[in-house]
Write a protein that binds this ligand. Structure first.
Ligand SMILES: Cc1ncc(COP(=O)(O)O)c(C=O)c1O
Length: 396
């Protein structure tokens, strides 16, 4: 297909050319002084993105799943209990990783489309009089449903219960897109991959770790070798790793951090919020329902759209791929075949979003779902015209 391809899944996203170019430079010695400089810069840059000065960064080769494992095996022991907040497919899998390591996961489950209720977290923690719960596991954004949980509210609930559990947050589909405050919310571990807001190809597990989590690490008994933080911190202090790092991805990371710095994090958040609102308005104008039960909790990184009754969303996605080569995210877990997800995160602008929305309207129509052709685009265009890049009130 001529022209730039579209990749409207909720990550990985298209990698900006600047990042591609940065990754294609000749490799360097990962034990040399040039690498030590590079590493120092990206660790500092990542701290800014996590909004932390008290946390340390761990950078492993891996993926988001690896980041879950790295987080859990480094802070907990077999037989420990955690409180897992489950509101979709990925939050359930975070708990599954805990169970795989002999950690007991007590779950607060809410239906797909809901956020994690802070009052239920408080209730469960208050009921834990013997302080058996060692950690609370929450997803900032549940990518399978496009719903964001208020992490500040979860922290306040833990404070009200006066419970010492660690706060472990998955920010895979929110970091570098949505305001996430590691220090202010006193998060203990925040974990992500590079393939979403950081605009890189997949291939790393990236974590911010609080002093309290490092303390827990010293007594955590889960088996670990590759994921062990201790040698990573020790060798990082000398500008190297205890294994061969993903050098090319780290080249790319330096560039993507520079891009975030140039745009400014508040502007990055505002851009995502504006494009997300345009998408939500478009979907609503197409006569389709958004899965998020409370629209104020819908994510600025993706929109989960309920398929019209009587149509299979997996079959629709096949059709969108075959006809316009438009990849969209499928429904996962409880909503398989019932929803599709439009990713609008990372390096994305107004015209790219409008192109994707035009593709959704056209492919829904040719699939047989009656949508008023052009109505979604008009709603998105109107909203974009009424709102300014980088702030309200100025117009385009
Ligand atoms: C919120 C969330 N956590 C974890 C993961 C797992 O990440 P990975 O597929 O990189 O292992 C994903 C994947 O999309 C995700 O969206």
């Amino acid at each position: 297909m001529p022209g730039r391809p579209f990749l409207q899944i909720p990550g990985p996203t298209l990698v900006p050319d600047r990042v591609v170019r940065a990754m294609s430079q000749p490799l360097i010695d990962h034990r040399g002084p040039q690498f030590a400089n590079l590493l120092k810069g990206v660790l500092e840059g990542l701290k800014k993105v996590f909004q932390t000065s008290r946390g340390d960064i761990v950078l492993n080769p891996g993926s988001g799943t690896g980041a879950w494992e790295s987080c859990l095996v480094n802070t907990l022991s077999p037989g420990d209990r955690v409180l897992g907040c489950v509101n979709g497919h990925f939050s359930a899998r975070f708990c599954d990783v805990a169970s795989a390591h002999g950690i007991e996961a007590e779950r607060i489950e809410v239906p797909y489309g809901a956020s994690t209720p802070a009052d239920r977290v408080e209730e469960q923690l208050r009921a834990d009089v013997n302080r058996r719960i060692k950690a609370v596991l929450v997803l900032h954004c549940e990518t399978s449903t496009g719903v964001v949980t208020d992490i500040g509210a979860i922290r306040r609930a833990m404070d009200r219960a006066d419970h010492p559990a660690l706060l472990l947050i998955d920010v895979v589909s929110s970091l570098a897109c949505t305001d996430f405050r590691f220090d202010e919310w006193r998060v203990d571990v925040a974990l992500t991959g590079p393939q979403k807001g950081l605009m890189l190809p997949p291939g790393m597990a990236i974590l911010a770790v609080s002093p309290k989590a490092r303390e827990a690490n010293r007594s955590a008994k889960c088996g670990r070798y590759f994921w062990d933080w201790a040698p990573v911190f020790e060798r990082n202090a000398r500008g190297e790793f205890p294994y061969t790092p993903a050098t090319a991805l780290i080249f790319g990371l330096k560039e993507s951090l520079a891009m975030l710095e140039e745009e400014g994090l508040p502007n990055v958040f505002a851009r995502h919020a504006r494009l997300a609102e345009a998408c939500r308005r478009a979907v609503t104008a197409m006569g389709l329902r958004i899965l998020a039960k409370n629209i104020k909790e819908s994510s600025n990184t993706l929109t989960a759209v309920c398929m019209r009754e009587g149509f299979d969303s997996d079959a629709y996605l096949d059709h969108a791929q075959k006809t316009l080569e438009l990849p969209l995210g499928p429904g996962l877990g409880d909503v398989k075949g019932k929803i599709f997800r439009i990713g609008h995160l990372g390096s994305l602008n107004e015209l790219e979003l409008l192109g994707a929305l035009a593709g959704v309207e056209m492919t829904l129509t040719s699939f047989g779902v009656a949508v008023p052709l052009g109505a979604g685009l008009a709603a998105a265009e109107t909203y974009l015209l009424q709102t300014a890049r980088g702030g309200p009130g100025k117009g385009l």
